[in-house]
Design a protein around this ligand. Structure first.
Ligand code: PDD
Length: 280
């Protein structure tokens, strides 16, 4: 695999960074995941804008322009012959040497890394047909989940808790309401209405979320942006998640209780179809 590091395209085993990089020592960095379907980048613009916002919130320099970034994405797709898959981008604050809680001076070079992950046939995931099972766990992340930082230990623990329970993912709950999945936004459906938590510091502002809500409105569905509880979700007609890596994925079981008929519902299926059609 060819990867990108600070302006260079390199074989993956030649891409090396300093042990003093603040991304490594302090999780001082941000990331984006952009999907590729049929060789085409999905929602690049949205990911580039959110990246800029994450960097601004952390007073971090953007080492690249939007146009250069697009070029790097395209070049990696080409060099690695990616038809379906993902591009991972990470920018960390770099380091001035030594470990220090205070940020290094503004002229410290950030570290930018991009690599691809091939996922042939990712749009035809069997899970779209069977649906996924989730458990609920307490949301124990920090309070600025709208910034897409690389601090992913708690979401990883959540994934492991889900696996240990024989499930696929965890929905995190705070003050009695669902915030989001470990790496996706959460939704329920009641009749013709889609319910999902409103944007705030409590959740990541999903790029797929924005697209799916736009398509839902165009398809005459209703949208309620508000918190919902696990109990309300268990009693809903349908539930689903969205993310760049799963698109729209039905949820059929929450903490052992079937949602609706316990099989993927028509609204999630339709939104998935529209999203994939519009993206390709
Ligand atoms: N995760 N919420 C969280 C906590 C996420 O980590 C993600 C994305 C989303 C969905 O955002 P988007 O639609 O922009 O992908 C919501 C990525 C895919 C990941 O960590 O792999």
């Amino acid at each position: 695999r060819t990867v990108y590091l600070n302006g260079e395209y390199l074989p993956e085993d030649e891409a090396k960074i300093s042990i003093f990089d603040r991304g490594f020592l302090m999780a001082d960095g941000v990331y984006e995941v952009t999907s590729v379907l049929g060789g085409k980048l999905i929602d690049f613009e949205g990911h580039a804008l959110r990246l800029q916002r994450s960097l601004d919130e952390l007073e971090m320099q953007h080492p690249s322009s939007r146009d250069d970034l697009l070029e790097v994405h395209r070049e990696l797709v080409r060099l690695n012959d990616i038809t379906d898959g993902m591009i991972y981008l990470q920018i960390t604050r770099g380091s001035a040497g030594d470990r220090d809680f205070a940020y290094p001076s503004k002229d410290t070079a950030p570290t930018i890394v991009l690599f691809t992950q091939a996922k042939p046939g990712m749009a035809d995931s069997p899970m779209a047909k069977t649906g996924m099972k989730v458990i609920s766990i307490a949301d124990q992340r920090w309070g600025r989940r709208d910034i897409k930082t690389v601090q992913l230990l708690y979401p990883s623990m959540g994934k492991m808790m889900a696996k240990a329970a024989g499930c696929d993912d965890a929905w995190m709950v705070e003050d009695g309401a669902v915030t989001e999945g470990t790496s996706n936004n959460a939704y329920i459906v009641k009749g013709n209405t889609i319910i999902t938590r409103q944007l705030s510091h409590e959740i990541l502002h999903g790029i797929t979320r924005a697209a799916v809500l736009r398509f839902a409105l165009e398809a005459q569905m209703k949208i309620e942006e508000r918190p919902f509880t696990i109990e309300e979700a268990q009693g809903a007609d349908e539930a689903f998640i969205t993310s760049a890596s799963t698109f729209v994925m039905p949820v059929v079981e929450i903490d052992g209780a079937a949602v609706g008929a316990g099989t993927p519902g028509p609204v999630a299926a339709r939104l998935r179809e529209i999203y994939l059609d519009e993206s390709r």
